[in-house]
Ligand binder design. Structure first.
Ligand code: NAP
Length: 313
């Protein structure tokens, strides 16, 4: 951390919903690098933490807080990020980093111009099996990849209307986590060639998606995302290589090579994200990889749309 900044660094959380409460608050409570100094919430905030009703009110009242972490849904996030960067704050973005790719590029230009850190976080890349999977795959030849990301939307997103509205991504909200792992462990290998998206007849975003990618003449990848899963969640990536199969399960937290479980990291996804944000601020860098969002945008551009049964929460 730069010597001119206090340590722990005061940070404000903006948008206090499921992910802020489940992950950001505990990760910050356990962080030596950051201290949760305030929050912005239209609905109550966090007990015991100074709360402002709007970001503008926070920026006016607390010029001493140098960093903000934005946990609201993607569509309203751009305006908040723009205001925070304009006020000279370092900014961490929940995934996906924008509702569009152009937003992410624009925010990066603004952050570079203002000399602040912008961190487009991808929490699934911090799952314990992902870094060792990437290291193992680095010198292997990939032949085939199969992704299955299937969960019950009623269990994970109860009553969340924004995920069904334009820009909310639908099943790509969890599916982009798989794509964030894919683009981390096999960087630059694949591009999308076909997709079928199933939209409930009463919703603006898909409930299921089947994707096909190619990595050239001899590499094929397919993915199935589905929010209609009953029973156990499946968050799995299988990679066939010239040196045997690799499998990431449980959202990337467990790694198997040739069927044998490998040692995986234990830090936890959100503690690791805040450690990375700390490193980026200290090094005066930004990290705004939009590769997972590019695959999602391609699926919306290229995908065949199929009407499915109406969905009611
Ligand atoms: P959520 O439970 O709906 O919470 C989002 C919060 O953002 C709301 O409680 C609200 O907080 C604020 N908000 C909502 N609409 C807003 C608007 N139009 N303008 C400003 N603020 C608004 O959603 P979530 O599940 O936490 O997801 C938020 C982001 O985190 C998404 O991008 C999602 O992909 C990502 N994420 C979620 C999970 C998960 O398991 N749920 C996991 C990883 C990442 P206030 O009432 O305090 O203003």
């Amino acid at each position: 951390m730069s010597s001119s900044l206090p340590r722990p660094l005061p940070v404000a959380l903006v948008g206090i919903g499921k992910i802020a409460r489940d992950q950001h608050v505990p990760a910050l409570a356990g962080s030596d690098a950051f201290a949760l100094a305030a929050c912005v919430s239209r609905s109550g905030g966090i007990e015991g933490i100074e709360t402002h009703a709007t970001l503008e009110a926070l920026l006016d009242a607390r010029p001493d807080i140098p960093a903000v972490s934005l946990c609201m849904p993607p569509v309203p996030r751009f305006a908040a990020a723009r205001a925070a960067i304009a006020a000279g704050k370092h900014v961490m973005l929940e995934k996906p980093p924008g509702a569009t790719i152009a937003e992410v590029l624009r925010l990066r230009q603004m952050a570079d111009g203002a000399g602040v850190t912008l961190f487009a976080s991808w929490h699934s890349r911090m799952a314990g099996g992902v870094a060792p999977a990437k290291a193992w795959l680095a010198d292997k030849r990939v032949r085939r990849i199969r992704i299955d990301w299937k969960e019950d939307v009623r269990k994970w997103h109860p009553g969340q209307e924004w995920i069904w509205e334009a820009g909310g991504l639908g099943v790509f909200d969890p599916g982009i986590n798989a794509l964030s792992i894919l683009t981390e462990i096999c960087p630059g290998l694949l591009h999308l060639t076909a997709a079928t998206l199933t939209f409930p007849e009463n919703r603006d975003t898909p409930i299921a998606a089947d994707l096909t990618f190619t990595g050239g003449d001899d590499v094929e990848a397919t993915a199935g995302f589905d929010w209609r899963q009953e029973g156990d969640d499946i968050w799995q990536i299988e990679v066939e290589t010239d040196a045997g199969p690799l499998r990431l399960t449980e959202g990337g937290s467990r790694l198997f090579i040739d069927g044998a479980e490998q040692e995986a990291g234990t830090l936890g996804e959100y503690p690791a994200l805040y450690a990375r944000f700390d490193e980026l601020i200290a090094g005066r860098h930004s990290d705004t990889d939009a590769a997972p969002l590019i695959h999602v945008a391609d699926a919306f551009m290229l995908g065949r749309r199929v009407a499915g049964a109406a969905f009611h929460d």
